[in-house]
Write a protein that binds this ligand. Structure first.
Ligand code: 5AD
Ligand code: SF4
Length: 442
């Protein structure tokens, strides 16, 4: 190792969108000559890519940034930068600076592309750089991400959100919805496929409303054009808002082999009055109708969802309606959350905030039910042969691992390295959300 080498370390909080944003940050840092390292102690630049969607993600970041105080005192040249949507909340950058005066750079989601300048500038001065910009409606196209997830690659298609679900901070911190031009998206996917990436996931807060803010074609058409690119690869996309999910999209999924037969369709609640208070703009019946349409065109579609319990005013009856909906849809898996009050959102001002003990009991009951469905979905694969895209080797289990089309993690043994290859695996055992099997020639 060259002792002159300089290292970076990125800590990411939140969703896949943030993971991909961290790849863009990594691209900027490697462009400046820094090399990735696993340990914060070794790093010359540490970047926290934060998330504020729920309070626990926010607190997690505070805890980690706080822990760096000692290290920074011992290693004065180290640059600490904090970015991501946390910094974008009203007055948050200033309060972050007050709380953690040793942080060198505080930047927002709309000026990520300036991080390079900030780091160069910071090397030559003592004073911290605090710069948060508001969304100007543009889409920055100059990112060269340093991808860390081969054979999978993420591609942004939209940024921001216009939906203003009453519990959600995203529209405030990520700005209004902007769509990338389809030609830029198709060119990026084409390049990734040519480079050997085998799974492309199109990303947006609400991919179904692709087209807002300047795009030329609707989402279902974009998706089909992506699937028509030559090459052996899979396509996934997230997230879909049920109100915008259309039959055309279901048909496109059904008729294109490359598009995985799975859909993440966050329902949030099964109660109409809660859905209305959340400003979701659909009823439980509307949601079930969409599921029916989807299953008509994609019979084996694995549907996954997000559910929140403890939204202000949620009665026992409302909660029961959510459990009922979970049973009706039979989700392949679900992310479950306790409602987290976010300052600045409409729901934060609503009366009847639910006591913690009630929310805790509800989430436990919900998780038990969701797990039952997850296990039964997994069990259905036993005896079947599924196509798996191998993502790597799991040292703990001493097995290769990858995902099936339906999004299930599959473990299997192999003599040679299968990373980046599609393999057929006969499933022998189901274990909660994951499956275990053996390679077959089928
Ligand atoms: N509290 C709890 N969960 C939330 N989500 C978004 N905002 C909140 C909040 N304030 C969940 C939603 C969304 C997912 C990404 O995060 O279920 O679909
Ligand atoms: Fe938040 Fe609703 Fe937008 Fe999703 S659709 S990011 S939950 S406001």
């Amino acid at each position: 190792m060259d002792t002159m080498d300089k290292f970076y370390h990125i800590v990411t909080y939140g969703c896949q969108m943030n993971v991909h944003e961290s790849e863009k940050i990594a691209g900027i840092l490697s462009g400046l000559g820094y090399i990735a390292c696993d340990k914060m102690e070794q790093a010359d630049v540490v970047v926290f890519n934060t998330c504020c969607i729920r309070e626990n993600a926010e607190n997690h970041a505070y805890g980690n940034i706080g822990m760096l105080k000692k290290l920074k005192a011992a290693k004065r040249d180290m640059i600490i930068a904090v970015g991501g949507c946390l910094t974008q909340q009203i007055n948050k950058a200033d309060s972050l600076h007050e709380k953690f005066p040793y942080v060198d750079i505080i930047f927002g989601t709309h000026n990520l592309n300036k991080l390079k300048e900030y780091i160069i500038e910071k090397r030559g001065r003592k004073k911290p750089i605090i710069e948060i910009e508001q969304c100007d409606g543009s889409v920055f196209e100059g990112d060269v991400p340093l991808r860390t997830s081969y054979p999978n690659a993420w591609v942004n298609i939209t940024y921001g959100c216009n939906n203003f679900c009453t519990y959600c901070i995203v529209p405030y911190v990520r700005g209004r919805e902007r769509s990338r031009k389809s030609e830029n998206i198709l060119a990026e996917v084409g390049k990734l496929v040519a480079e050997g990436y085998k799974e492309i996931t199109l990303l947006g807060q609400n991919v179904n409303s692709y087209g807002n803010g300047g795009a030329d074609i609707p989402f279902y058409e974009l998706l089909e054009r992506v699937a028509n690119i030559d090459g052996n690869f899979r396509v996934r996309f997230m997230t879909s808002h049920p109100k915008d999910f259309s039959e055309e999209l279901a048909k496109v999924i059904g008729r294109n082999k490359k598009i995985c037969n799975c859909l993440h369709l966050p329902v949030q609640s099964g109660s109409d009055s809660i859905l209305s208070a959340m400003n979701r703009r659909y009823t439980a019946r509307d949601y079930l109708n969409k599921v029916e349409i989807l299953r008509k065109h994609v019979p084996d579609c694995a549907i996954t969802t997000d559910i929140i319990v403890g939204f202000p005013g949620e009665t026992e009856e409302d909660f029961k309606a959510t459990l009922e909906l979970v049973n009706k849809v039979d989700f392949a898996s679900a992310f479950t959350f306790v409602y987290s009050k976010r300052e600045g959102t409409k729901a934060a001002l609503m009366p009847n905030q639910i006591p913690e003990d009630v929310s805790k009991r509800r989430i436990m009951e919900l998780v038990d039910l969701v797990n039952e469905h997850t296990r039964s979905h997994s069990a259905r694969f036993v005896g079947q042969t599924v196509e798996v895209l191998c993502e790597g080797y799991d040292d703990k289990r001493s097995l290769y691992l990858g995902r099936s089309e339906h999004g299930r993690m599959v473990y299997f043994d192999s003599i040679d390295d299968k990373k980046g290859q599609f393999v057929n695996v006969k499933i022998n055992e189901a274990n909660g959300i994951s499956l275990i099997g053996e390679i077959t020639e089928e």
